[in-house]
Design a protein around this ligand. Structure first.
Ligand SMILES: Nc1ncnc2c1ncn2[C@@H]1O[C@H](COP(=O)(O)OP(=O)(O)OP(=O)(O)O)[C@@H](O)[C@H]1O
Length: 275
């Protein structure tokens, strides 16, 4: 269970990263979506007790992230965006170090590490120094840690950035299978669609939409996306959203597509020509 009440974070230079954010979410996989700078990492860092809020309340499984920070740390595993592997240490060494630091015996840690490394597809390279692994493989070490942690809540900030499509599928299948609840941050719409039970859309530190993807898409059930014309501008592409029954007027002239999660992002994020 994640909960915030009027959560606000103002950085020292005056940047308002979170602006009176109030929400609660209790699904197994909750995904934070938003443009660059929306406040996703700031929220993840506050929930994982790495950053203090300026005001407001945030709770993880009922525990206040400021007053009960120690309890929160016991029940979460946090894999930040900037997590870097130690060059001379192998994937196996990373996992064993991590699990023994979480309080497991060396024997238990070794056993759990073995199965986690097999599951994320790192078994073949388990003893190689991580310096000699590809960027994607290094990223997978952290996914294996999340898997092995057995934490109540795992916070994963962009876990598949830099992975090839096959590795991304491998990571998805791991994330689907683990028992822990997950707070995921991603820029990949496909990933959000594949994994999320609930999505939280942030824009400039504010909540603009929350719900299952099905619920959010249902609001635009009668719309279609038209590419090549309109007020929304993504790079050089102009987009508009029209009623489904008007679509026949556009057939043959423009590309018409069903509404996806990416469109919600565009509609709610509101990047228009005027802005
Ligand atoms: N340490 C900091 N000091 C000042 N401003 C910061 C700091 N960290 C983040 N910000 C600002 O706070 C806002 C939210 O940043 P945050 O990193 O939380 O966004 P994000 O949604 O995670 O972005 P991205 O998708 O690019 O990772 C941005 O305007 C950012 O520039």
């Amino acid at each position: 269970m994640l909960e915030t009440i009027n959560l606000t974070k103002v950085y020292r230079d005056g940047t308002i990263a979170l602006d009176n954010l109030t929400f609660s979410a209790n699904s197994r996989v909750v995904t934070l979506l938003g443009r660059n700078g929306a406040g996703k990492t700031t929220l993840t860092r506050i929930l994982s007790t790495q950053l203090l809020p300026t005001s407001g309340i945030a709770r993880v499984q009922g525990y206040d992230v400021v007053k009960d920070a120690k309890k929160v740390r016991k029940i979460i595993a946090s894999i930040p965006q900037e997590a870097k592997s130690i060059g001379i240490a192998s994937p196996m060494e990373h996992l064993v170090m991590y699990l023994t630091a979480r309080g497991l015996s060396f024997k238990e840690a070794t056993e759990i590490s073995r199965s986690a490394l097999k599951e994320v597809g790192l078994w073949e390279v388990k003893d190689k120094p991580s310096d000699e692994l590809s960027g994607g493989m290094k990223r997978k070490i952290f996914v294996a840690m999340a898997l092995a942690s057995n934490a109540e809540l795992v916070l994963l900030d962009e876990p598949t950035t830099g992975l090839d499509p096959y590795s991304r599928l491998e990571v998805w299948s791991v994330l689907k299978s683990i028992k822990s609840k997950i707070l995921l941050t991603t820029h990949y719409m496909e990933e959000a669609e594949e994994l999320s039970d609930e999505v939280i859309l942030l824009h400039k530190g504010k909540l603009i939409a929350k719900g299952s993807i099905k619920e959010l898409l249902a609001k635009f059930d009668n719309k279609v996306r038209v590419e090549g014309i309109g007020d929304y501008k993504i790079g050089r592409l102009r987009i508009s959203y029209i009623d489904r029954n008007e679509a026949s007027d556009y057939v043959g002239k423009y590309v018409i597509k069903p509404i996806t999660l990416e469109d919600l992002f565009i509609i709610y994020g509101g990047e228009t020509l005027e802005e």
